[in-house]
Design a protein around this ligand. Structure first.
Ligand SMILES: C[S@@+](CC[C@H](N)C(=O)[O-])C[C@H]1O[C@@H](n2cnc3c(N)ncnc32)[C@H](O)[C@@H]1O
Length: 227
């Protein structure tokens, strides 16, 4: 897998953009929606205002400029050294570390918030439980684990995945599977929200999306649980 994403370190955004061009929306739109959702989860599910955060499979760090002022210490890990080098060039002050894809290079209970955004579909299913267990291990008691994934039930998501050259070997996992994996790892108050349903990021659109977040319609979902 390292070789796969090393090959996209300097054109990652362009490749993603070409797979979603049919939507008429820029890649930034999707990243802003994720940052907004994380802001809400921090407010609703964490007692701390600026949580220490680990972003697992952070790639070239596209999300990180949007997290300014939202999180405290920010760390990112990935199996792709070339992607991390790109991330470092664009995001000063973030602690980026390469790792083997299995053993997270941090002690138990190191972070308040641990995310994996569009990463699990690149991991073989036999490793999913271990991956979630590692996310939980490095999360402080009371902290939040959050997995954001493609919603396999959304036909436009399926189209985007089919058009994306680095998703050729992707194994999409539905929200039910992710929630079960989280509960089995010992996370509690496991919940989920679907988002990226509407092509606007106005307040009324976001409110409508929030009202429909329990319906399996959005392009992606966030599943989360408390450690
Ligand atoms: C589609 S990219 C998503 C990057 C970033 N999270 C984002 O949303 O822009 C998937 C990333 O997962 C990384 N990855 C693949 N297998 C991994 C593993 N076992 N552990 C951590 N990261 C992994 C890849 O190197 C790649 O950077």
């Amino acid at each position: 897998m390292a070789e796969l994403f090393d090959g996209y370190h300097d054109n990652y955004r362009d490749v993603v953009q070409s797979s979603i061009d049919f939507s008429g929306l820029p890649h930034d739109f999707f990243m802003r929606a994720k940052a907004d959702l994380l802001r809400e989860l921090i407010a609703q599910r964490l007692g701390t205002e600026r949580p220490d955060m680990l972003d697992v499979g952070c790639g070239v760090g596209s999300l990180h400029p949007l997290l300014h002022g939202m999180v405290g210490r920010l760390s990112g890990i990935d199996v792709s050294p070339a992607s991390l080098s790109q991330a470092r060039d664009h995001n000063h002050g973030v602690d980026y570390r390469e790792f083997d894809g299995r053993n997270f290079p941090f002690a138990d209970a190191s972070f308040d918030l641990v995310t994996a955004i569009c990463v699990m579909h690149h991991i073989v299913p036999a490793e999913w439980a271990r991956f979630i267990a590692e996310m939980r291990r490095v999360t402080r008691p009371g902290g939040l684990v959050c997995v954001i994934e493609h919603n396999p039930y959304n036909p436009l998501t399926r189209l985007a995945v089919a058009r994306c050259e680095f998703d050729r070997d992707a194994v999409l996992l539905g929200v039910g599977t992710t929630r079960k994996l989280m509960a089995a790892s010992g996370l509690h108050e496991v919940g989920a929200r679907h988002f990226l349903l509407l092509p606007w990021d106005t307040k009324p659109a976001r409110r409508l999306e929030a009202a429909l977040s329990g319906v399996w319609l959005g392009g992606q979902y966030a599943a989360f649980g408390t450690a």
